[in-house]
Each structure stands twice: as structure tokens, then as C-alpha cells.
Design a protein around this ligand. Structure first.
Ligand SMILES: Nc1nc2c(ncn2[C@@H]2O[C@H](COP(=O)(O)OP(=O)(O)OP(=O)(O)O)[C@@H](O)[C@H]2O)c(=O)[nH]1
Ligand SMILES: [Mg+2]
Length: 457
């Protein structure tokens, strides 16, 4: 019996719903039987052949193109069969059912999410960072994210990681060799400029870490919550930023009851903007739940736009209500500089001044400054050109690499370096770096990564 990792798999590879063309894809060690039963003939390698797809009774389910990619020259590295049929959900389900029926004898089963790409990884067609880029390319919500995912998929990010790893290995070899000749150790390290090598590795790592952080930002974006008293123009601001009438705007305080969110792009960075119910004491049950949700959103915000109505500044009751909200805001927000006071309706109060950003959701004045401020808060300073898509996981692995290198450096630079400790820190640094491309990865991490893919990929 084959292990689950090796038995043949099949899935509809195209998105659910109607489409001009839909694809059923199978992968396994040997798909000859499946090909002959469904296509009624054998197929030339990597040639599109127009065939009727046959049902069990010999009738045609549909006609379309069949392509056989014999192992190892395929996406997964195994035998792959692609059946391109008409893209109706029923046709594709019939075709899928027929494949499962024919393939029952060889253990053919439905693929799990990401299983095709997981096999590509296990068969060394892709490394882990590239496999993740496949999923990121499919999920990309902005053009910049898609382009940088494509760069990562082509191996751009992995190549930088490998370059760093190679320099690390060279240095490790030197240190390990020195360990074997203890009487010459200090001299040996000095001649080979081990400290200089280490310093250059750290420099290269810092640069990569910075770009990786930017790449992760491009993928994950930031969550910006707009909150404040009722009627200050929160929904108007969301609409102005999004350039569409998403949230209902009326002069009646308490219009927004539930959160409304939209992802906008600022210089290619996805910014998830959330409009919330105005914060006030209320006896209205629906509004009260809305206000509770507003507070929950505020807790999880990367940045909070605390919106005020400029025209009402200086009214005692209004200011007291703002002060009460400010007192309840999580202290961490302000400490991290993620609390942004914004004063709206500048068009209606041209003479008033305020401490913070002054905008008008109505005329659009000040919105460019607000967008710039959000990018600054996110820590964005790159241009998306030439960036690789990356994930928080990668940033964390690089941070751990950096920590080990810092310890290694402390040893190398001490008056009496302990070479075995230096060697150990360098080894740990290489391990942390290797997690990115999957050279050293735990099975549960792999499960976690591939389970987030769509089925058929
Ligand atoms: N003059 C002026 N009026 C604005 C501006 N922004 C919003 N308004 C008006 O203020 C009123 C309230 O706007 P909303 O966007 O619904 O306010 P809100 O903060 O979402 O209100 P709630 O959902 O009730 O909490 C509406 O009449 C808007 O037309 C602005 O920049 N200038
Ligand atoms: Mg509103």
C-alpha cells in the first residue's frame, strides 16, 4: 500500500463556477490506466490531444484537450494528466467522478488543498519559499503583490537566502577546521579574516531582513480602524479613501451599526480599512452591539484613526465625550505611535486649528497626507519594484538567524573567543535560515503551509 503522500490524486484545478474552460488534473506515479480509460487511447508526451472523455458505458461526457506530462517533467515531478473540458460545474464533476471510478484500482483519491504543490516541493521542483509564493500569487490582492510573488516563485528570494547560506557555510568550514587545530586557532582565524567575513554576513542579512519585511508588508498589509464619536464622518472617510460609496452616510448620529471594511491600496501596499459604529453610550440594543464590535476592532488595529469633528471642537459635551473615548483606548496603541488623531470636516471650519492631521472627507483635502502617514506607520519605505513577496514566517526566521549571528559575533570579537560556542551559533544561524527554503522544516510546519492552499493547486 502506498503512503498517503504517494497515492495518486485528482482534483478540479480551475475555480468553481462557470467558465469557458475547466481543468481536471491528476498526479501519480503511473497514470497509464487512467489515461487509456478516460481518453480511450494513449497520449504523446506533452502534446495537447483532442479526445472525447469517456464515461463507463463508452459514451462521451465531453470533448476536450488531454495532456500527459510524464514524470519527472511535470509540475509535481510525477506523472500528470490534465483534462481541459468545458468549464461547467456539472461537466467537471462528472469528469472527476469518472477519474475516481477508473482510478479506484490504483488508489486514486481526491487531492487535499495544496497537495499538488506539496508534491512539487517534496520532489524538489520548488523550495518552500517558492511553494508559498504559488499560493501568494493566487491570493495576491494588488498588482504589486502579484508581481513580487511571481519574483519569489521564480526563485529570486530563495537565491538571496542561498547566497547568504553559502557565505555562512564557508565561514563555518573555517571555524570547524580551526577547532581541529587548537594550537593555531587565533592566528588562523585572523589570517582568514573570520571577523570580517562575519561582519559582511551580518550586513547582508540586515539588508535581506529589511527587504523581507517590506515583502511581508506587501503580502499582509496593515489593518487600519476608523473610530470616534457618532457623526464625525467615519463612513465618509472610508468612502473617500476607497473612492466608492461603500458605507451609508447620513446626518443622523448612529448610522453605522456594524463594521464595514474595504481593502485599498496605497503605493501597492494593501491597507484593510475598517469603518466602525460611532462610540457612545446607547440603550439601543443593535447599536450597543455595534459599539462593542467597534472596541473589539480597535484592540486588533495596526493603526487607529481617531476621528474628530473639527467644527465641534471646543464644545464642552463633545470634548468630554472624546476625552472619555481617549481614556479607554488601549495604552499600547499610543505608545507604539499607532494612534493617529484626525480632524475631519476641514471644509466647514476653515479657521479652526487642531493638533493632528486635518482632512475633509467631503473635498478630499488632506487625504494624501493621511495616506503617507499610514505608509509611514506601516514601516513602508521601499518601492514595490524588485521586491519579493514574503511572509511573517520568513521575517521571524531571519530574525532568529540574526540573533544567532549576534551571539557568534560577540564570541568572535571577545579577547578570548570560545571557538566551540562560535561554531555552534553559526550552525544554529544556518538552521534558522534553512527554515525559509525548507531545508530544515518540521512536518507540522509543512502541513500548516500547504493546508492554506486551494484544492487543485
Ligand atoms: N462638511 C462636511 N461634512 C462631512 C464631512 N464628512 C462627513 N460629513 C457629514 O457628516 C455627517 C455624518 O457623516 P458619516 O460619515 O455618516 O459619519 P459617521 O462618523 O460614520 O457617523 P456614524 O456612523 O453615525 O457614527 C454626514 O451628514 C456627512 O455628509 C466633511 O468632510 N465635511
Ligand atoms: Mg458611519
Amino acid at each position: 500500500m502506498l503512503s498517503r503522500r504517494q497515492d495518486p490524486i485528482v482534483a478540479v484545478a480551475t475555480a468553481p463556477g462557470r467558465g469557458a474552460v475547466g481543468i481536471v488534473r491528476a498526479s501519480g506515479r503511473d497514470l497509464t490506466l487512467l489515461i487509456e480509460a478516460v481518453c480511450g487511447r494513449s497520449l504523446a508526451a506533452r502534446h495537447a490531444t483532442f479526445v472525447p472523455f469517456r464515461a463507463g458505458d463508452g459514451s462521451a461526457i465531453d470533448q476536450g484537450l488531454a495532456i500527459h506530462f510524464p514524470a519527472p517533467h511535470s509540475y509535481t515531478g510525477e506523472d500528470v494528466l490534465e483534462l481541459q473540458a468545458h468549464g461547467g460545474p456539472v461537466v467537471l464533476q462528472l469528469l472527476l467522478a469518472r477519474c475516481l471510478e477508473v482510478g479506484a484500482g490504483i488508489g486514486l483519491r481526491l487531492a487535499e488543498p495544496g497537495e499538488f504543490t506539496q508534491r512539487a516541493y517534496l520532489n524538489d521542483k520548488l523550495d518552500l519559499a517558492q511553494a508559498e509564493a504559488v499560493s501568494d500569487l493566487i491570493d495576491a490582492s494588488t498588482e504589486a503583490a502579484a508581481r513580487s510573488a511571481s519574483r519569489s516563485l521564480a526563485g529570486g528570494f530563495s537565491a538571496e537566502v542561498h547566497a547568504l547560506r553559502d557565505r555562512l557555510i564557508t565561514l563555518r568550514m573555517l571555524v570547524e577546521a580551526t577547532l581541529d587545530f587548537p594550537e593555531e586557532e587565533i592566528d588562523f582565524l585572523q589570517k582568514a579574516d573570520a571577523r570580517g567575513q562575519l561582519a559582511r554576513i551580518v550586513e547582508q542579512l540586515d539588508a535581506l531582513l529589511d527587504r523581507t519585511r517590506q515583502g511581508a508588508l506587501l503580502r499582509e498589509g496593515i489593518k487600519v480602524v476608523i473610530a470616534g464619536q457618532p457623526n464625525v464622518g467615519k463612513s465618509s472617510l472610508l468612502n473617500a479613501l476607497a473612492g466608492a460609496e461603500l458605507a451609508i452616510v447620513t446626518p443622523i448620529p448612529g448610522t453605522t451599526r456594524d463594521k464595514v471594511s474595504e481593502t485599498i491600496q496605497i503605493e501597492g501596499v494593501p491597507v484593510h480599512v475598517i469603518d466602525t459604529a460611532g462610540l457612545r453610550e446607547t440603550h439601543d440594543e443593535v447599536e450597543r452591539i455595534g459599539v462593542e464590535r467597534s472596541w473589539a476592532e480597535i484592540e486588533g488595529a495596526d493603526a487607529l484613526l481617531f476621528l474628530h469633528d473639527l467644527t465641534r471642537l471646543g464644545e464642552p459635551a463633545y470634548d468630554a465625550a472624546d476625552a472619555a473615548i481617549a481614556a479607554r483606548l488601549p495604552a499600547a496603541l499610543a505608545q507604539a505611535g499607532r494612534l493617529v488623531p484626525v480632524f475631519n470636516k476641514a471644509d466647514a471650519a476653515p479657521a479652526k486649528r487642531a493638533q493632528g492631521l486635518v482632512v475633509s472627507a467631503k473635498t478630499g483635502a488632506g487625504l494624501d497626507g493621511l495616506r503617507r502617514r499610514l505608509l509611514e506607520l506601516a514601516g513602508w519605505h521601499a518601492s514595490p519594484e524588485g521586491l519579493f513577496i514574503a511572509r511573517t514566517r520568513h521575517v521571524q526566521a531571519l530574525r532568529r538567524t540574526s540573533e544567532h549571528l549576534t551571539l557568534a559575533r560577540a564570541q568572535a570579537e571577545s579577547a578570548d573567543p570560545a571557538l566551540d560556542l562560535l561554531a555552534e551559533e553559526l550552525r544554529l544561524a544556518q538552521m534558522a535560515l534553512g527554515e525559509i527554503t525548507g531545508e530544515f522544516s518540521a512536518d507540522d510546519l509543512l502541513g500548516e503551509i500547504f493546508s492554506r492552499f486551494c484544492i487543485g493547486k
